[in-house]
Design a protein around this ligand. Structure first.
Ligand SMILES: [Zn+2]
Length: 471
């Protein structure tokens, strides 16, 4: 993707070679949640340098502004809206060419007043990529018209999986000594998909998608929950807009459903870097869903490696040993991947709480409120600013959280292009060198909270909370 940054030391960003990913939930999460960013999403949202931030609907802002109980004054609201507008402006998604300050002054013309026509002049309010419409569309059953095509993609995925089970040579190239275990996992994954093909009731209860475009806003291709045997697909994957990509994603997700040990240790195309992905330890790649895509992509000719490439632990594709720089960059991209993951979890939690509150269910929200206020403070949301006793989750909180997930992810991608000064030559220094690279990436990318120190505090907090459920 292309990075827009303001720091004078900026360098053009090369095509994405690093990062993104997502992880499995660990103990604290109810079931493992694994998030994916499929190649189509990557192309669509990273390839052309598009980044999408959103605003609440006008009615939601008006409700906040006019609320007698919420306690967010106009200056605070203006500041929060400004944050969203800055991020929208960075990607040229404002309708108006006016300066941010004049837009804000027009939207908030006087104390206690908010102007709809000025808001509509600033942004295209009918566009779901700009305006957050409704939490109620975020997790939806696959529409009837999309189901047949999705089922065809599943059948195709199953056929390739059955080939994989019988292809000892190819599986050995990919999984080495663990090829038999991999074949067994493929079998279970194929069986899971077969159940979705065989029963509409199972498909409807176990596979869902998102018609509110949250996935795109979060860079999210999908997730899988082993405990519940549920998968969520980004709408383009569910609609099969690119059949080969849908097939690869389905195999990836089904791998998560095959065995609870299969998590994410890097995405496809290699978010860890091509060499680190090829050089991953056998026990780790056996439990990395993206490695199950490799056979499929070789079969479909959509892979990053040639068909005869052998993955050898500790070695690059060329056969050379992985370098210290590979390790430092991997540690760095994993850091941002974990931070992105946690930010996505926060957004998920806020969406769930908002749905509850719209349905007048307050118990869970009240139980979690203290934690939510802490999160709000570190992420710069509105909850902690609200009057005690009258708090609610606004659309503003949701869009700010999703934009943080995006920026954290973008910063990780950006880190691949940040020069790495490696003075230490010894492996014990990986963490220190990675720490410096993280700081450099945050500082040169900017755009998170507008202050590098605060940004690092936020990303550290997110990474420390990686794998936790916030709902
Ligand atoms: Zn995954």
């Amino acid at each position: 993707m292309r990075i827009q940054r303001r720091a004078p030391t900026a360098v053009p960003t090369p095509p994405l070679s690093v990062q993104q990913a997502q992880a499995p939930a660990s103990i604290a999460r109810a079931g493992r949640v694994s998030l994916e960013i499929p190649d189509t999403v990557r192309q669509q949202y990273f390839g052309r340098g598009q980044r999408r931030y959103r605003l609440p609907r006008f009615s939601n802002l008006r409700d906040i502004s006019q609320s007698k109980t919420l306690g967010i004054d106009q200056a605070e609201l203006k500041e929060l809206v400004k944050t969203a507008l800055i991020r929208l402006k960075k990607e040229n998604r404002l309708k108006s060419k006016d300066s941010l300050d004049s837009l804000l002054d027009a939207i908030f013309p006087a104390p206690g007043s908010i102007d709809q026509s000025a808001f509509e002049a600033a942004v295209d309010t009918s566009d779901r990529t700009v305006i957050y419409m409704s939490v109620l569309d975020t997790n939806a059953r696959i529409k009837d018209k999309d189901r047949p095509k999705l089922r065809s993609a599943m059948k195709w995925a199953i056929r390739i999986i059955r080939q994989a089970q019988a292809s000892k040579t190819m599986l050995t190239r990919i999984f080495g000594g663990k090829q038999a275990d991999a074949a067994s996992n493929y079998k279970k994954a194929g069986d899971r998909l077969q159940a979705f093909v065989d029963s509409t009731a199972t498909l409807d209860s176990s596979v869902n998608t998102d018609y509110n475009r949250d996935d795109a806003a979060l860079y999210l291709g999908g997730w899988a929950d082993f405990d519940d045997q549920v998968i969520h697909l980004e709408p383009d994957v569910a609609k099969v807009t690119d059949s080969k990509e849908s097939v690869a994603t389905l195999v990836h997700e089904a791998a998560h459903l095959a065995d609870g040990a299969i998590e994410d240790h890097g995405y496809y195309p290699p978010s860890t870097g091509k060499d680190a992905f090829a050089g991953m330890a056998e026990s780790r790649k056996l439990n990395n869903a993206a490695h199950y895509e490799e056979f499929v992509r070789r079969w479909l000719n959509t892979g990053a490696y040639s068909n005869d490439t052998e993955f050898t632990p500790g070695k690059a594709v060329s056969g050379a040993a992985l370098t210290l720089e590979d390790d430092v960059r991997l540690a760095t991209t994993e850091y941002f991947r974990h931070g992105w993951d946690a930010a996505v979890e926060v957004q998920f939690a806020l969406v769930k709480h908002r749905k509850d509150l719209l349905a007048s269910k307050e118990t869970k929200f009240k139980t979690d409120l203290a934690q939510l206020k802490k999160i709000s403070k570190v992420m710069g949301l509105s909850l902690h600013r609200q009057t005690a006793g009258n708090e609610t989750v606004t659309q503003l909180d949701i869009v700010l959280a999703e934009s943080i997930a995006r920026v954290v992810s973008d910063t990780g991608t950006h880190s691949a292009s940040v020069k790495l000064a490696l003075t230490p030559r010894d492996k014990s220094e990986i963490k220190k060198a990675s720490d410096r690279l993280i700081d450099d990436a945050i500082q040169s990318y900017g755009a998170l909270l507008g202050d590098s120190k605060k940004d690092r505090t936020l990303t550290d907090w997110l990474v420390a909370n990686y794998g936790k459920a916030f709902y």
